[in-house]
Design a protein around this ligand. Sequence first.
Ligand SMILES: *[C@@H]1O[C@H](CO)[C@@H](O)[C@H](O)[C@H]1NC(C)=O
Ligand SMILES: *[C@@H]1O[C@H](CO)[C@@H](O)[C@H](O)[C@H]1NC(C)=O
Ligand SMILES: *[C@@H]1O[C@H](CO)[C@@H](O)[C@H](O)[C@H]1NC(C)=O
Ligand SMILES: *[C@@H]1O[C@H](CO)[C@@H](O)[C@H](O)[C@H]1NC(C)=O
Ligand SMILES: *[C@@H]1O[C@H](CO)[C@@H](O)[C@H](O)[C@H]1NC(C)=O
Ligand SMILES: *[C@@H]1O[C@H](CO)[C@@H](O)[C@H](O)[C@H]1NC(C)=O
Ligand SMILES: *[C@@H]1O[C@H](CO)[C@@H](O)[C@H](O)[C@H]1NC(C)=O
Ligand SMILES: *[C@@H]1O[C@H](CO)[C@@H](O)[C@H](O)[C@H]1NC(C)=O
Ligand SMILES: *[C@@H]1O[C@H](CO)[C@@H](O)[C@H](O)[C@H]1NC(C)=O
Length: 457
Amino acid sequence: MMAAGGGAGSARSVAWGASALLVAALLLSAPSATEAYDSLDPNGNITIKWDVMQWTPDGYVAVVTMFNYQQFRHIQAPGWQLGWTWAKKEVIWSMVGAQTTEQGDCSKFKGNPPHCCKKDPTIVDLLPGTPYNMQIANCCKAGVINTFNQDPLNAASSFQISVGLAGTTNKTVKLPKNFTLKAPGPGYTCGRAMIVRPTKFFTNDGRRATQALMTWNVTCTYSQFLAQKTPTCCVSLSSFYNDTIVNCPTCSCGCQNNGTSPGSCVNENSPYLQSAIDGPGKWTGQPLVQCTSHMCPIRIHWHVKLNYKEYWRVKVTITNFNYRMNYTQWNLVIQHPNFNNITQLFSFNYKPLTPYGGRINDTAMFWGVKFYNDLLMQAGPLGNAQSELLLRKDSMAFTFDKGWAFPHRVYFNGDNCVMPPPDAYPWLPNASPLTKQPLMLPLLAFWIVLATFLAYA
Ligand SMILES: *[C@@H]1O[C@H](CO)[C@@H](O)[C@H](O)[C@H]1NC(C)=O
Ligand SMILES: *[C@@H]1O[C@H](CO)[C@@H](O)[C@H](O)[C@H]1NC(C)=O
Ligand SMILES: *[C@@H]1O[C@H](CO)[C@@H](O)[C@H](O)[C@H]1NC(C)=O
Ligand SMILES: *[C@@H]1O[C@H](CO)[C@@H](O)[C@H](O)[C@H]1NC(C)=O
Ligand SMILES: *[C@@H]1O[C@H](CO)[C@@H](O)[C@H](O)[C@H]1NC(C)=O
Ligand SMILES: *[C@@H]1O[C@H](CO)[C@@H](O)[C@H](O)[C@H]1NC(C)=O
Ligand SMILES: *[C@@H]1O[C@H](CO)[C@@H](O)[C@H](O)[C@H]1NC(C)=O
Ligand SMILES: *[C@@H]1O[C@H](CO)[C@@H](O)[C@H](O)[C@H]1NC(C)=O
Ligand SMILES: *[C@@H]1O[C@H](CO)[C@@H](O)[C@H](O)[C@H]1NC(C)=O
């Protein structure tokens, strides 16, 4: 930073080049392979809690609850799948509020067979509209779990399980092992079950507490690397001070390949549009995207719209290019240094996220307003949602130079979106990257180094 601020021209360009390289390297490595968790949500996890409510002659009845403690990653349709391996020869006599996907071999049992005899059962949620006698609180949402930030009442999912051929006291019960959580694809890794202090349940008036006979917890964390997903969104940029619209990088989410896989996308005005939408991928939920150079199902556009004396205004537009998906309860996470002073926001909900314990306040989560734009419709004329942000300038840092007005990171539904390379950002007229004082890039590099350091520390 010192060299960049005070040196001669050539020293400056060297410093600029070095910091640009550093920034580029760090930006490229941001969602890196080794990142076991997300630096914007370092404590994010899904905790699965088993509360033994009753011992039975051959086992126990437990209520299992999954809590989504992630700031901005939810579980969408077609929902979660929870699995584990029994420690002994346990069976599931019955379940309420969920079911196993397979019964397995119950031929040893005379009379009424168990619900499931598999050593490694897979559990799925029941659908909404399940008969009341098969429901318990927090069940039957087709495996969809929202975030606490967006909808705290729907951030957990529960079912009741009656286990047989198991231990019947807290000394003899064996904890299930090898938990797996699919959402529904890969990405989550679950730790070992650990016995914790028994949960206390309070009556509605709060005047009496009962408690579980025994409780154990399992924590699962998400890694974008494990999910091995191709990107699902990209970012495009524009500004009032430069006519250039910086589009999403070509092939951000895939390439149009007419030779080997025709039909990987469909044109907006194609006569075959409807038959493509109803094609074989319809029931598997396979995306069908509009043909674009980026091929992403979702594009986020950031437009620097207006410059006032003390404020500036940004318009953010989310466009859905997927003909087979209505995104319910979508969310957006954006990182920008001026987010410490969001003054006004139109037609989105908003919450600042301070992943570094409040020391850096540059990240915010946005989501739709209920019944207004919380449903992002499938590709087409209605497939977009937009908002405007009014930001108060910080006289020390604010500049339209060097791409400062553009976001550093953007996530849609928890997935990191592909950004244009920093050297393609719209410039201020008459500004080339080498002629002006390079104040912001080293500062940006500094923040990124600090953030990376904090993330790994
Ligand atoms: C899971 O998230 C909760 C809530 O943020 C937190 O209290 C807990 O420490 C986290 N657990 C782990 C193992 O990170
Ligand atoms: C098991 O239950 C006994 C009382 O029945 C209690 O004292 C003990 O702490 C319990 N152990 C665990 C691990 O919950
Ligand atoms: C744990 O589960 C995974 C996937 O279900 C399986 O591949 C692995 O062998 C299991 N490990 C043990 C020790 O059961
Ligand atoms: C176990 O999970 C529950 C629910 O998330 C939580 O309230 C409790 O603090 C956890 N216990 C421990 C010891 O982590
Ligand atoms: C694929 O076809 C579309 C129109 O059908 C065309 O615009 C596009 O350039 C083609 N892409 C390649 C890689 O040939
Ligand atoms: C999206 O919602 C609209 C209106 O509710 C419905 O007509 C359409 O079929 C839905 N699309 C998908 C892919 O579910
Ligand atoms: C927001 O801007 C106002 C006016 O410049 C300033 O007084 C305030 O401290 C800023 N807030 C933060 C969190 O930087
Ligand atoms: C972060 O900035 C927002 C305004 O954008 C403000 O409302 C919030 O209080 C700030 N949070 C912290 C921890 O400074
Ligand atoms: C606008 O920005 C682009 C970089 O994206 C640059 O090549 C162009 O020269 C800029 N236009 C003006 C008028 O400065």
